[in-house]
Write a protein that binds this ligand. Structure first.
Ligand code: SF4
Length: 129
């Protein structure tokens, strides 16, 4: 599924794998989106002050390959800044995720997972036998 959020296109696997994934791999590998080039880093957009868009990044995936795939920090910042320039223009800043932001993100993810488990459990309870 591809959504547009302002100037940003979001490719999401909500209804299946990435539409660019083919039997023998990524069909657009040389021109893959910046988000894919960044992996195992993930980029996110924060509200900045006074019209500035603040871009953050983290490397919090459970991918077992992340140690081998990770690139130098300068390259991560360059790719994130390039994204910010293309999507939002000059008024962007880039910084790594802070500890409290990481904790908050993990808490939100945990809450989503717990809500999913509860939905499943409720479904089992109400299912006719
Ligand atoms: S590298 Fe990116 S564009 Fe290519 S298949 Fe994977 S998610 Fe899709």
């Amino acid at each position: 599924m591809i959504d547009r959020e302002g100037p940003v296109y979001v490719i999401s696997p909500r209804v299946g794998p990435c539409p660019n994934w083919q039997r023998d791999g990524c069909a657009v590998y040389d021109d893959r989106p910046r988000e894919c080039r960044l992996f195992p880093f993930t980029l996110f957009v924060r509200k900045g002050g006074e019209g500035v868009v603040s871009l953050g990044y983290h490397c919090d995936t459970r991918c077992p390959m992340k140690g081998r795939l990770a690139m130098p920090k300068a390259e991560v910042v360059r790719l994130v800044a390039e994204f910010g320039q293309d999507a939002f223009g000059d008024r962007t800043e880039v910084r790594a995720e802070r500890l409290f932001e990481r904790l908050r993100r993990r808490a939100v993810a945990l809450a989503y997972r717990a809500a999913g488990v509860l939905r499943v459990l409720r479904g089992r309870r109400t299912r006719p036998t």
